[in-house]
Design a protein around this ligand. Structure first.
Ligand code: ADP
Ligand code: MG
Length: 613
């Protein structure tokens, strides 16, 4: 009950400017006023908890540590009450009439410096108490300080430039803020709407929030509690609530850091990769909090793109203190957060791979494609991510994989490069002609089955100082092969090669004797430095109509092969037939490489050859 004539005060000039923007800004999400008032109520209760520890005499000391919100859709009001510290007369003037506090101050500073974008940031960071004026015709604050000697007070304003303070009898400790809503904002006097907003932004506030008598926030901000006191089920429940998932998470990382930033983070990897299942591309889903209050549920730059499969929460106390113009513009704070969290998560995966290889393999099967994307595109973390990749190889069993680091430990003293082959499956790669020579020399070759692999290998180019090379590339040089019994003599090879080159004409760039073949008669190597056979196939599949440069390959023949020996005989004994055989050998090599583009000529020729059998 007001008990005196109100005393009126002018708002400080900066506040007038702030209110003007807040009231007239069209860009903001008005709903954030609820978040701001709940946060203030929670802060006031927190302060009371501290004050209560030292002060003996506290006004209304039996009051509950809770926040009560009521909506009245007839009167079109939104009311929030806390039993926190409350405010004295001078505190009302100081806190609600001048601008001294962090968030709003930085905001006004940015506006003063002509930063138009700042207006759009109200929704992200809030301007505290004043955000109520986005939706209010008038705001009334009924309050009683915890100090027993102070009177109850009523602060009121319509946001137009001045406010009034008068005494008010019968107030309880804390603050009760009554927002009389503008007509077009009456939605905030409806229970369902307010409930939705509280669940979105304030689900983890530690004090009970009751809406029209019903408790709404029941989930704790787990990330701020000590790991040892949290049960497995609590983590699972939290994940399901926060990620809107019905399954338990696959992996979890809970960590905190003090330097260079204060961070508490709880990150989850879901069970399934929904992108792999053909669903839409994932959106960032690790939410950014500041002291339990949501700042952004889907911050775009908090984590690099390749980590878009992560769920969870990052909470940093440093956020509001740093809302200066600088951080708004160059986003250095969020970048710093991003760096720390990304590094920490990579380290976590590294430990998982070491300590729980089976579970890591399962994770990798599902989410490895994101790691590959990271290795190719996240330049700052490339080396660390490469260590997390796994491939089958010519030395692993089918279905088992190896890391690049392990591959390197198996490299012989003369092996300079890391070799890989791309193909649709293990069987296809093993049946192809490219592997033989590497096997004969005990050189391990990594097997890559996914189209993204080739892109990754081309992008990273090296690991641990060793070049990564495609085993089917013409540039790869192998050491001298052991001379086999019964091979074509050097003279005969010398005569056969130029004859072959002439016979095959434009279709081959070069013909030479191979050191990489053991059993097959011949193989085709792409002469195009920039396009592997696999890539050429892909390009062709994607661009059926498009013009492609005519294919030219290097043909390598195996002087130890019976077919090549026979060809050498035919060259002098029956050159016409020899020509047919030569063409057929080239086509066979192209088929093995998946490069034969038109088989009709080949079929005709084959029949002709069969006639003479
Ligand atoms: P901030 O919370 O960033 O300080 P606000 O604009 O939200 O900025 O609030 C301004 C100040 O008003 C607070 O710092 C606090 O001192 C005071 N205040 C606001 N709401 C309450 C409340 N419910 N109880 C006590 N004090 C409050
Ligand atoms: Mg506040």
């Amino acid at each position: 009950m007001p008990t005196e004539t109100p005393q009126t005060f002018e708002f400080q000039a900066e506040i007038k400017q702030l209110l003007d923007i807040v009231i007239h800004s069209l860009y903001t999400e008005k709903e954030i006023f609820v978040r701001e008032l709940v946060s203030n109520a929670s802060d006031a209760l927190e302060k009371m908890r501290h004050t209560g520890l030292t002060e003996k005499e506290v006004f209304d000391d039996k009051a509950e540590a809770e926040i009560n919100i009521t909506t009245d859709d007839k009167a079109k009001t939104f009311t929030i009450q806390d039993f926190g510290v409350g405010m004295t007369r001078s505190e009302l003037v100081e806190n609600l009439g001048t601008i001294a506090h962090s968030g709003s101050k930085a905001f006004v500073k940015a506006l003063g410096e002509g930063d138009q974008k700042a207006a759009g940031l109200i929704g992200q960071f809030g301007v505290g108490f004043y955000s109520a004026f986005m939706v209010a015709k008038s705001v009334k604050v009924y309050t009683h300080s915890w100090r027993p000697a102070e009177p109850g007070l009523l602060w009121s304003s319509d946001g137009a430039g001045s406010y009034a303070i008068e005494e008010s009898a019968g107030e309880r400790r804390g603050s009760k803020i009554v927002v009389e809503l503008k007509d077009e904002c009456s939605e905030f006097s409806e229970e369902w709407r307010v409930k939705e907003i509280i669940e979105k932004y304030s689900a983890f506030v530690s004090f009970p929030i009751n809406l029209n008598g019903k408790r709404i926030n029941t989930v704790q901000a787990l990330w701020l509690r000590g790991k040892s006191e949290i049960k497995e089920e609590e983590y699972d429940e939290f994940y399901k609530f926060q990620a809107h998932d019905s399954e338990k998470p696959r992996l979890r990382l809970h960590f905190s850091a003090d330097a260079p930033l204060s961070i508490n983070a709880l990150l989850f990897v879901p069970k399934d990769n929904t992108e792999k299942m053909g669903l839409a591309r994932l959106e960032p889903a690790v939410a950014l909090y500041c002291r339990k209050v949501l700042i952004d549920a889907r911050p775009k730059d908090l984590l690099p793109e390749w980590l878009r499969f992560l769920k969870g929460v990052v909470d940093s106390e440093d956020l509001p203190l740093n809302i200066s113009r600088e951080t708004m513009q160059d986003r250095s704070l969020v970048e710093k957060l991003s760096r720390v969290i990304t590094k920490r998560f990579i380290k976590f995966l590294d430990e998982e791979a070491r300590d729980r290889p089976d579970s890591y393999a399962e994770f990798y099967k599902e989410f490895g494609v994101f790691l590959k994307e990271g290795a190719a595109l996240d330049f700052a973390n490339k080396d660390a991510i490469m260590k997390l990749l796994r491939f089958e190889s010519s030395l692993t069993e089918k279905g088992k994989s190896t890391s690049l680091a392990d591959y390197v430990t198996r490299m012989g003293a003369d092996q300079k490069e890391i070799y890989y082959l791309v193909g649709p499956s293990r069987d296809a790669i093993e049946a192809g002609p490219y592997l033989e020579g590497f096997k004969a020399r005990n050189l391990e070759v990594l097997f890559c089955y996914e189209s993204v692999d080739e892109y990754v290998m081309n992008n990273v180019r090296e690991f641990d100082g060793k070049k990564i090379a495609a085993a089917d590339h013409a540039d790869v040089k192998l050491s001298e092969a052991p001379k086999a019994e019964g091979a074509l003599g050097e003279e005969e090879v010398k005569a056969l090669l130029p004859w072959l080159k002439e016979t095959l004409g434009e279709r081959v760039a070069e013909v030479k004797a191979s050191d990489r073949l053991v059993d097959s008669p011949a193989l085709a190597l792409n002469a195009d430095k920039f396009m592997s056979p696999h890539m050429r196939r892909l390009m062709k599949a994607m661009n059926k109509e498009g013009e492609q440069s005519p294919l030219r390959v290097n043909l390598e023949i195996n002087p130890r092969s019976a077919v090549i020996k026979r060809l050498s005989e035919l060259r002098t004994a029956a050159p016409d037939k020899g020509r047919l055989v030569a063409e057929q050998i080239l086509d066979n090599a192209l088929i093995s490489a998946g490069l034969l583009e038109d088989a009709s000529g080949m079929v005709k020729r084959l029949y002709k050859l069969l006639e003479s059998v």
